[in-house]
Design a protein around this ligand. Structure first.
Ligand SMILES: Cc1cc2nc3c(=O)[nH]c(=O)nc-3n(C[C@H](O)[C@H](O)[C@H](O)COP(=O)(O)OP(=O)(O)OC[C@H]3O[C@@H](n4cnc5c(N)ncnc54)[C@H](O)[C@@H]3O)c2cc1C
Length: 371
């Protein structure tokens, strides 16, 4: 592994990958390293390979993707080939809503919802494979960026085991080391980005830090259930079924949606997404099953699944989605410090989540110079 790169990108989720691929299309000689805390590419859109049971593989974060009516041409140029080659498929018909009376109906009439095949992680892999010179895009997994320094016009990034990497340019695809929540999550005493540049020396960076520090996040917790191979699963009609809970169920239970994923051995993983703006309380497994049985009371096929389900795991998304104080797109690059920002914590023409993550990354890659 080299220790010097033209660009170091913190994070390899949809934004980090979109940035790297878009930059590579412009400057195919630039060396890029994505430093990622997780075991695999994808961030919140990644797919989990179970260590407990090697056969099981499922999406435990972002389950699908949708884009607004005014999707940008640049974003279309990334997703159109994927739709054409059926690597992104339309699953709108598999998305239902259940209301407090137990009625099930289709969630969307005028909007298309996609998922990547075979798993959501493949979306990021496909984005990377669209680059011109993929050898220049490198990954370092299970590696945390805990501190950063600006020295002689270069960035010095401290990773695991007190090792250092350096780069001409630094890109933060996550707000983590710019947001106060990192003190608790990374167990450190001060904000890495603030420490890196003296206050007053870089107005863009000062403004970004001021706005970011006020951002609040939705917290998400997913409960993962496993149902062994059975006749009920073999008769299950849907391939990518998601059921969203109506507003009143959300308010009562914090349940957001439930995703049914048939596994290669004929068993099924069910992922229940719970979300809350403030604190998320823990529920025990029996309580979860009781609530699901109450909600799906009218639907025997679902009741049978829940009655046979075993607890598999939980997944905490401690700060999964910013809800306010988004960073204006004008602050996405500082030419004083050669640092850029992309992701769903930026404000980008009224779009949200994945669309902002991608648009902000494309725009950053298009606007910065190199050499
Ligand atoms: C359960 C769930 C459901 C969701 N549902 C939807 C939905 O229906 N529709 C929608 O549009 N969006 C949804 N989202 C949000 C969507 O997943 C995100 O908007 C999108 O994936 C953001 O991608 P990103 O690359 O900007 O951020 P991330 O995917 O968070 O990527 C940032 C990466 O940076 C890494 N990282 C951060 N700090 C460091 C560090 N210091 N060192 C090393 N690595 C670091 C992280 O590990 C992460 O992999 C959902 C998210 C979750 C969790």
């Amino acid at each position: 592994m080299n220790s010097f790169y033209d660009f170091i990108v913190v994070g390899s989720g949809i934004s980090g990958c979109t940035f790297a691929s878009s930059l590579n299309k412009r400057f195919s000689d630039a060396s890029i390293l994505l430093v990622e805390y997780g075991r695999r590419i994808g961030g919140r859109s990644t797919t989990r390979k179970s260590r407990k049971n090697k056969i099981l593989e499922f999406d435990h974060g972002l389950p699908s993707i949708s884009f607004g009516e005014n999707i940008s041409q640049d974003l279309l140029s990334i997703i159109s080939p994927l739709i054409k080659s059926k690597k992104l498929i339309d699953i709108t018909q598999d998305i239902l809503v259940i209301d407090q009376f137990g009625e099930l109906y289709h969630a969307y009439r005028n909007k298309k919802v996609y998922r990547s095949l075979p798993f959501m992680i493949n979306f990021c892999e496909e984005i990377i494979s669209q680059s011109i010179n993929p050898q220049n895009i490198n990954f370092l997994f299970q590696t945390i960026t805990k501190s950063i320094r600006r020295k002689n016009d270069l960035w010095e990034v401290e990773i695991n085991n007190q090792k250092f990497l350096s780069s001409k340019n630094l890109i933060l695809s996550s707000s983590l080391i710019a947001h106060p929540r990192c003190l608790r999550i990374l167990n450190i005493d001060s904000l890495p980005l603030r420490d890196a540049v003296i206050k007053g020396n870089d107005k863009t960076l000062d403004s970004l830090l001021r706005i970011t520090s006020k951002q609040e996040y939705i917290k998400r917790k997913n409960y993962i259930l496993h149902v062994l191979k059975s006749q009920i699963i073999s008769k299950f009609n849907y391939k990518y079924l998601q059921i969203h809970f109506s507003r009143s169920i959300r308010d009562d239970f914090n349940f957001e949606r439930i995703i049914f994923q048939v596994q290669s051995d004929g068993s099924m993983i069910i992922v229940l997404h719970c979300c809350s703006i403030n604190s998320l309380f823990d529920r025990d497994f029996d309580e979860i099953i009781e609530s699901l049985i109450m909600i799906f009371d009218k639907h025997k096929n679902f009741l049978d699944l829940f009655l046979q389900a075993n607890f598999f795991d939980t997944m905490d998304w401690r700060a999964s989605q910013p809800i306010n104080n988004f960073v204006p797109k004008e602050l996405n690059w500082s030419s004083i410090s050669n640092i850029g920002f992309c992701g769903d914590w930026l404000d980008f023409d009224g779009c949200s989540c994945v669309e902002v993550a991608m648009n902000s990354s494309i725009s950053l890659a298009q606007s910065i110079g190199w050499k």
